[in-house]
Design a protein around this ligand. Structure first.
Ligand code: HSE
Length: 431
């Protein structure tokens, strides 16, 4: 099985290096021998002396996807517009594709998977999501017989690192982000990490694999970690929670709810224990019950583990055979549920509300009246002694509807006093 690699960044370099280092082991596990024959990169000089014997490097990416000597195109560029065209061309030329490009699949996955289905070729992407966690194979194969009810994860190592540093070491946001960049966790553009977009790319793929819905990135609600006030991290801890960037797809009675946002996670939850740059994923299925997967979310060597596993899978399916293996997105194309699933923004659950109040008589009574009027029952309450004639009041509600909360917000702001801030975070429930 002859591989052509698009790109020669950290992941491609690590994949080829680890393939050579573990060659005997990989050979012992594959029915068809894997051979790297060609690399195309903008900077061929970077690859010189780092490739196996017989593997040639050039800058000709179109020549690679048109090369009849290449059976599998390994797309590791990180680019989106050009890689879309290259991947479509590779499929058109009847080549299998392996990629770690989550942005590409989140945005163009429908088009790519439709062509793959039409031409009977595989598109494998274990390296696109939470690299050390085999979540794609878990959803596509190990959990294939389950009706999944929810999938909840910490899917971005950089933002998890930043939040952990802020929570555990009182670091400031900018310093922690610079450190994550220095350690090589962050995307080339780290705003993708902290804005929640990178986690949303990954969640889009997991939602499609879990629920059989089309890959629909624009339906994901996204809120990042940029505006988290450290004060809320401190209050959350005092109340027994960590603030984490949570990516979640849940089948609610009204439809599928798919979102990425900072949430309060109870310290007792395994997700609260996922710190630094690690990733974690909780999965609920009607047969398996609950499962929790934990591992590294970033790193060239870790990504090479997933990418090489995809190549080994293809080699064991015969390498060039037509119509082989499980469906790329788990479900047969015609059986996917585009028409029956509607995306919803409604959420029923508990919420953390922090009100910065003028520290004077009657304000608390005003806030209580608004909560009572809206039928919101309070589960936990904390008031800080405050400073500069202001104090913070934190309410954790019992389960309410997000619509109920939004309706109450204007009255709550008035009760808090003009110019005073209100911060709201959903609290992660048990499913
Ligand atoms: N920037 C990503 C992260 C790398 O921080 O998780 C892996 O997708």
């Amino acid at each position: 099985m002859r591989i052509g690699v698009l790109g020669f960044g950290n992941v491609a370099a690590a994949t080829i290096e680890r393939f050579m280092a573990n060659h005997e082991l990989i050979h012992a596990k594959t029915r068809t021998a894997i051979q790297f024959v060609r690399v195309a990169t903008r900077t061929p000089a970077r690859a010189e002396g780092r490739l196996p014997e017989g593997c040639v490097v050039s800058s000709d990416c179109w020549g690679l996807v048109d090369d009849p000597q290449v059976d599998v195109v390994l797309e590791l560029t990180g680019d989106v517009p050009l890689s879309r065209q290259l991947v479509l061309r590779a499929l058109f030329n009847r080549k299998h594709v392996v990629t770690a490009n989550k942005a590409l699949l989140a945005k163009h996955g429908e088009e790519i998977m439709a062509l793959a289905e039409e031409v009977g070729r595989n598109v494998l992407f274990e390296g696109a999501v939470a690299v050390s966690i085999p979540i794609i194979k878990t959803l596509r194969e190990s959990a294939a017989a389950n009706n999944i009810s929810s999938i909840t994860g910490i899917l971005n190592g950089t933002s998890n690192y930043v939040l952990s540093q802020m929570s555990e070491h009182d670091a400031d946001f900018a310093g922690a982000l610079a450190e994550a960049q220095r350690k090589g966790y962050a995307e080339a553009d780290p705003t993708l990490d902290v804005s929640g977009e990178d986690a949303a790319h990954k969640l889009t793929l997991l939602a499609s694999l879990s629920f059989g819905v089309p890959i629909h990135f624009s339906s994901v609600q996204i809120k990042g970690i940029q505006d988290i006030d450290p004060v809320d991290i401190g209050f959350a801890k005092r109340l027994g929670y960590q603030i984490k960037l949570i990516a979640q797809a849940v089948m609610e009675p009204e439809g599928l709810n798919v979102g990425v946002q900072p949430m309060l996670v109870p310290m007792t939850s395994m997700l609260a224990q996922v710190s630094d740059s690690m990733n974690g994923i909780a999965l609920y299925g009607d047969l398996l019950g609950s499962a929790f997967l934990y591992g590294s979310g970033a790193g060239g060597r870790q990504t090479s583990s997933a990418v090489l596993a995809d190549l080994i899978e293809l080699a064991n399916l015969g390498g060039t055979r037509v119509e082989s293996g499980a469906y790329n997105m788990g479900f047969r194309h015609g059986h996917r549920k585009a028409e029956v699933v509607r995306y919803t923004r409604e959420r029923v659950g508990a919420f953390y509300i922090r009100l910065r109040l003028d520290d004077k008589a009657g304000v608390l009574a005003g806030v209580s009246a608004v909560l009572a009027q809206a039928g919101v029952s309070v589960n936990a309450l904390l008031q800080d002694e405050g400073q500069h004639e202001q104090s913070d009041m934190i309410v954790i509600t019992h389960d309410i509807n997000s619509g109920q909360l939004n309706k109450m917000l204007p009255a709550l702001s008035v009760a808090a006093g003009a110019g005073n801030s209100v911060a709201i975070y959903p609290v992660l429930g048990s499913h």
